[in-house]
Design a protein around this ligand. Sequence first.
Ligand code: PRP
Ligand code: URA
Length: 209
Amino acid sequence: MGKVHVIDHPLIQHKLTLIRDERTGAKEFRELLNEIAMLMAYEVTRDLPLVEVEIKTPITVAKAKMIEGKKLGIIPILRAGLGMVDGILRLIPTAKVGHIGLYRDPETLEPVEYYCKMPTDIEERDLIIVDPMLATGGSASAAIRFVKERGGKNIKLMCLIAAPEGIEVIQKDHPDVDIYVAAVDDCLNDHAYIVPGLGDAGDRLYGTK
Ligand code: PRP
Ligand code: URA
């Protein structure tokens, strides 16, 4: 079963409180989302392999560590996942970015993919699928399935806030995928919103409500 990593650094908790607050407007919401994503990326990439290299400091020749050159891919789930990409790219500027767009068919309630563009060498990359909200888990589970169908193998899921229900779905559908979250909230309400959550992430990010 995939592990759940709760990244609850004080800076992240502080910013999460601000982003949850209904008085936080779109501009500040966008900034906070990117800042939290950047801080979380620090922990999500903790297992990146290192190699030893030789360098010359102004004082002497020394052996030092560098990242092995592992290829990374960031895959936001449209639309709200886009709000996390720039923050992660600030830490990992060489990562490639794929995009996946989903909507839920109102009749079948099945997630339907409406857009998908992945890095061509997806099977060689360590992939981080990002979306601020993991509610029922339907969107993230479908996104992971679509990425796997295109050859994606080493996948992590990174969300800001998760409901226990969504975590359970991902662990059942994709036991190979570890989940990284800043907080696990109480439950879902009757409209499948996370409680206490932060409301509709896409609408708050883009000011569409
Ligand atoms: C939100 C959120 C997730 C999804 C989570 O997106 O960004 O993608 O809901 O819900 P789930 O776990 O129950 O699937 P939404 O579908 O509102 O689209 P948007 O990003 O375009 O606003
Ligand atoms: N999608 C959101 O944007 N927020 C929730 O609480 C649940 C799904």
